[in-house]
Design a protein around this ligand. Structure first.
Ligand SMILES: [Zn+2]
Length: 221
């Protein structure tokens, strides 16, 4: 119920009015064109986290990017009949096959709660006490275990371990995209390019992944 002008949803409704003023009462060119259909060329799979909105991070306008947001930006590997993958992959499939996007981007981020939960579980703690979330973040278990195994001496700080797991998980999600034949075929034909990136909430810098080495480096600013 909205009965308070400081109510968080009421604040958003004011934002909706501002958007309408800017895009529909001013220059309507963009939205008039978009009302005829969308032709985004980039599809981004990002986390549901409130701090990492792809449209804001990439400075995108309406119509620029087709977005899938899901906890920890995880892409399940192809397992025929596994409906848990459909929520993510139905959107990816539509973007690739129907919209014909040229770029598929998996975007991770720092302080990712989903990866933290997966890492805690990989370290032997109880899975998160959530009916749906626990099984979902298990998809990052492999990435977390790899990162832990690499640092058996415990030389990394917790923050470095978290970053490594977030970035490794992005790379595994990119690899999982290739397990779908309709994606791999387009990659091989040159019609589709896969990317991994990671947003650092602390510095505001986007890190991009080298496709061959899986090494992430900050984008020069
Ligand atoms: Zn996250």
């Amino acid at each position: 119920m909205i009965n308070d002008h400081t109510d968080s949803y009421f604040v958003l409704l004011r934002g909706a009015r501002r958007f309408h003023e800017a895009e529909y009462q001013g220059d309507r060119t963009l939205m008039a064109r978009l009302s005829q259909g969308q032709e985004p060329d980039v599809l981004i799979i990002a986390c549901s986290d409130s701090r990492v909105d792809p449209a804001l991070i990439f400075g995108a306008r309406p119509g620029d990017i087709f977005v899938v947001r899901v906890v920890a930006n995880l892409v399940p590997p192809r397992r025929p009949g596994d409906a848990t993958a459909y929520a993510v992959m139905a959107a990816v499939e539509y973007g690739v096959k129907a919209l014909g996007v040229s770029h598929l981007v998996v975007c991770g981020h720092s302080h990712c709660g989903g990866i933290t939960a997966a890492m805690d579980t990989a370290r032997g703690q109880e899975p998160p006490p959530f009916e749906c979330l626990g099984p979902w973040v298990e998809l990052a278990d492999g990435a977390c275990r790899e990162v832990l195994a690499e640092d058996s001496e415990g030389e990394r700080t917790d923050a470095e371990t978290a970053t490594a797991a977030e970035q490794r998980s992005v790379f595994k999600s990119v690899a999982n995209l290739r397990s779908y034949a309709w994606i791999q075929e387009r990659v091989e034909s040159g019609d589709l390019t896969l990317h991994g990136c990671w947003f650092d909430i602390d510095t505001g810098k986007l890190w991009t992944a080298d496709a061959d080495t899986a090494v992430f480096r900050p984008l020069p600013v």
